[in-house]
Design a binder for this molecule. Structure first.
Ligand SMILES: Nc1ncnc2c1ncn2[C@@H]1O[C@H](COP(=O)(O)OP(=O)(O)OP(=O)(O)O)[C@@H](O)[C@H]1O
Length: 326
């Protein structure tokens, strides 16, 4: 592979994409205006990262992915993927990337799934042994055997998505781009797809970049979250960093034998709510651990029951989307 190990797999600097849209302004007149779909995005993604590219509807996610995969020409800025310029070197780039976009299938509608896989081997010129071993692994991990001989048009959405992911990986791409990989899937297929992608990402050879509105995808798959809104990056970091930024704490709910007297002095631990006549207290943890709190309460002999509530990613993302763009 020509891609240097030290180079970032994805690099953009001040990447932009403007669209000109014309809207009706009266009976005969139309006005034209420019929409900055991607408005100065600078990213550096290293080999093996698992990146969630998230944001509200119309934020610019698909437009960014289309530029990264060579489908759309940027209006400005710099862009390289696997050391290549996506539009100018699209054919070479295709050997280094895999793409799973919901609306555009890479499978042949009227052929059995297995035939599509066979054709892709010739298109990407994958050596027979490599193809067989990768396909064997996908068949096992994505449970494809029950529908390998079914024409693609007869597959369920979940079966087709498992087929699409396999098709995107048969040439061992360095980067896999996925646009909403679990949207519309049943629970079993969602779990199968997530477990497969988590396993693929954990091996560290393949860089994963996915857009999703599904918070479970974010929690299970995205070690790094890049949040985009109105074409601009508004957060770039890990999920715990996102929680810290929005002060979303772990909470510990304790049921007591005797009403709460207001005693427990631990740094980073504060009672947030006292209910049930003082028999139930919710503590927010911003520094201390649940274990320290439980030990302190147990010393007073007052403890009956304990539950720990993890911070809610749904709340955090909703708040993040509600924040005005800077
Ligand atoms: N071909 C186009 N012509 C004009 N405007 C476009 C075009 N494609 C996208 N846009 C506009 O660019 C902005 C970003 O769109 P994009 O599809 O990238 O958003 P998104 O984050 O992928 O949204 P969603 O989550 O709804 O898929 C939107 O305002 C959209 O209307």
């Amino acid at each position: 592979m020509s891609v240097s190990e030290r180079e970032p797999v994805i690099h953009t600097a001040d990447l932009r994409k403007d669209f000109t849209v014309s809207t009706r302004a009266g009976l005969l007149r139309r006005t034209r205006r420019t929409v900055a779909a991607v408005d100065g995005v600078s990213l550096r993604v290293e080999r093996g990262e698992m990146v969630g590219y998230i944001g509200p509807n119309g934020a610019g996610k698909s437009t960014t992915l289309k530029m990264l995969t060579g489908v759309l020409m940027p209006s400005g800025g710099e862009l390289s993927v696997c050391g290549l310029r996506p539009v100018a070197q699209r054919t070479r780039l295709a050997r280094h990337i895999g793409v799973v976009f919901g609306q555009r299938s890479q499978l042949w509608w009227d052929l059995p799934l297995a035939e599509s896989f066979r054709l892709l081997r010739y298109i990407y010129r994958v050596p027979a042994a490599d193809h067989a071993s990768r396909l064997g692994e996908c068949r096992r991990l994505l449970d494809l055997d029950g529908f390998l001989d079914t024409p693609v048009r007869q597959l369920s959405l979940g079966q087709r998505m498992r087929g699409e992911i396999t098709a995107a990986l048969l040439h061992a791409p360095a980067v896999l781009f996925l646009d909403e990989p679990t949207i519309g899937l049943d629970v079993i297929s969602k779990q199968a797809v997530r477990a497969f992608l988590a396993d693929l990402g954990s091996r560290g050879d393949t860089t994963l970049m996915l857009t999703t509105h599904d918070l479970a995808d974010i929690e299970k798959l995205c070690r790094r979250l890049i949040v985009i809104d109105h074409g601009r990056v508004v957060h770039d970091g890990t999920l715990p960093e996102l929680h810290a930024r929005y002060d979303s704490r772990r909470r510990v709910v304790v049921d007591l034998d005797t009403p709460w007297t207001g005693r427990v002095e631990l740094p980073g631990v504060a009672p947030e709510a006292v209910e049930a006549d003082g028999y139930r207290v919710t503590f927010g943890l911003s520094g201390g651990t649940a274990g320290e709190l439980v030990a302190a309460l147990a010393r007073d002999g007052a403890l009956r029951d304990v539950s720990v509530l993890e911070p809610d990613i749904e709340d955090v993302v909703a708040r993040l989307y509600a924040e005005p763009t800077r």
